[in-house]
Ligand binder design. Structure first.
Ligand SMILES: [Fe+2]
Ligand SMILES: [Fe+2]
Length: 169
């Protein structure tokens, strides 16, 4: 069984992940609007990953006999200052998610809930990947200056990305 506190915290994290899906979709739309469909694809894949993160929590709450509570998802930003600005925003967001995962882990440790602790380890590792990818993408975007031929090359590169669910899921 899940404690009330952990059940609530997990539901909140599930909502955070759905919000991240919306945010990345909004970023994808920004690049689609600029006809940079490859970079849009990069963010669309991010959005699919976030959906996966949310659904993984959904299944976990269900498996633990908890109550899944879906709440309203706030609207993401619809306007962005520049292509590089979008990537910086993505990194800022991932850093916030890392903080909230860590807080959730603190509660699991405090409550001695080994199952939640074990479940959250996947997210702890995933956030290392997420921050690393966002940081790398920012530096590659900076090389292009956010415009011109360099941007088109990155657009082609990011067009190759696709969502692959992790093994065993
Ligand atoms: Fe996530
Ligand atoms: Fe993420």
């Amino acid at each position: 069984m899940l404690s009330t506190k952990l059940e609530e915290a997990l539901n909140n994290q599930m909502n955070n992940e759905f919000y991240a899906e919306f945010e990345y979709l909004s970023m994808a739309a920004y690049f689609h609007d600029m006809n940079l469909d490859g970079i849009a694809n990069y963010f669309h894949v991010q959005a699919q990953e976030e959906h996966f993160h949310a659904m993984k929590i959904y299944s976990f709450i269900n498996n633990k006999g908890g109550k899944i509570v879906l709440k309203a998802i706030k609207a993401p930003a619809a306007d962005f200052e520049s292509p590089i600005g979008v990537f910086k925003m993505a990194l800022d967001h991932e850093m916030l998610v890392t903080k909230s995962i860590n807080k959730l882990m603190d509660v699991a440790i405090k409550e001695n809930d080994h199952a939640v602790n074990s479940f959250l380890r996947w997210y702890v590792d995933e956030q290392v990947e997420e921050e690393s990818l966002a940081t790398k993408s920012i530096s590659r975007m900076k090389i292009t200056g956010g415009k011109g031929e360099g941007l088109l090359i990155l657009d082609q590169e990011f067009a190759q990305r696709s969502f692959i669910p992790p093994k065993g899921e």
